[in-house]
Unconditional design. Structure first.
Lengths: 167, 116
């Protein structure tokens, strides 16, 4: 077991990873920004207080995402109720041209129509820049399962994304 | 080993755009960490919901325990009254029983004879 880095060092590391951690929080909280900020703040405080310890078996980034995932799963649990109350959003129309500035919104809308696991795997690979093996490590599933979610998620995303979003 | 292929670049560009959009207006690390916690943490909310559920279960268990320990008693009926009630019930006959008596044959007690 590797000793946890000193608080100052850990805080620096957290700050460096903050942009990607915020993206992961958004993905886990189904794009609910307020909830993602709240959950991320709780996760940071928990890590800094030593409630979560880095064991050195994986990279700090992989560990942070998987460790905080527990915290974010709670947030996602609450977000699910908010999503159920909200009016369901229609999927994007593949034949509607999308301006380059709307590409992000298009992919965000499309991701909502994927399964939770597909969304997680695609986010970790394309957004966080992880390999499928690392994504499997973070989500706690086998590499084979992760690969299946990855391929099916991509196929579904291609159907949902407007063609203009690719340009 | 990276499993992304060249034909995934289209999806990659979409995610890059999403990442850029997410970072616009996102609170900085120190801002987020040091701001006051506006609401209760989701964890504490879950804990509160769990406490309510546990309280409800405890109340239900208490009610069930009282019902088992102190079952509702039926009104006690004296034995003599019960016997007399049973006798009355066995000797009771309906007012329409007389219609069943034809030619001094009581069809209630004597089955009709077979015709040759």
């Amino acid at each position: 077991m590797v000793e946890r880095p000193a608080a100052r060092t850990l805080e620096d590391e957290l700050e460096e990873l903050h942009p990607l951690a915020f993206g992961w929080a958004l993905a886990c909280c189904r794009r609910d920004r307020a909830l993602a900020e709240e959950v991320l703040q709780n996760a940071y405080l928990r890590v800094l207080a030593g409630a979560a310890r880095f064991d050195g078996r994986s990279s700090l980034k992989t560990w942070l995402l998987s460790e905080r995932r527990r915290e974010w799963m709670t947030g996602r649990f609450l977000a699910r109720f908010a999503v159920q109350r909200a009016v369901p959003e229609p999927p994007p129309d593949p034949f509607t041209p999308v301006a380059a500035s709307e590409r992000a919104q298009a992919v965000a809308r499309a991701l909502k129509h994927l399964s939770g696991r597909q969304r997680e795997i695609l986010h970790l690979v394309f957004y966080q820049g992880m390999t499928i093996e690392e994504a499997a490590d973070v989500t706690g599933i086998s590499v084979g399962s992760a690969r299946v979610h990855y391929e099916r998620g991509k196929a579904r995303l291609r159907l949902l994304l407007p063609a203009e979003a690719y340009r | 080993m990276n499993h992304r292929f060249s034909d995934d670049r289209d999806i990659q560009r979409s995610f890059d755009a999403l990442r850029d959009a997410d970072l616009e207006g996102a609170p900085g690390y120190r801002t987020l960490l040091r701001r006051p916690r506006a609401t209760e943490s989701p964890r504490s909310t879950i804990r509160l919901a769990g406490a309510w559920a546990a309280g409800g279960l405890a109340l239900a268990a208490a009610v069930a325990g009282v019902m088992i320990l102190f079952p509702a008693r039926h009104a006690d009926v004296p034995l003599d009254n019960a016997i007399s009630q049973a006798q009355e019930m066995s000797s009771w006959s309906a007012p329409t029983d007389t219609f069943l008596e034809v030619d001094s044959l009581d069809s209630r007690s004597e089955p009709p004879a077979d015709r040759p």
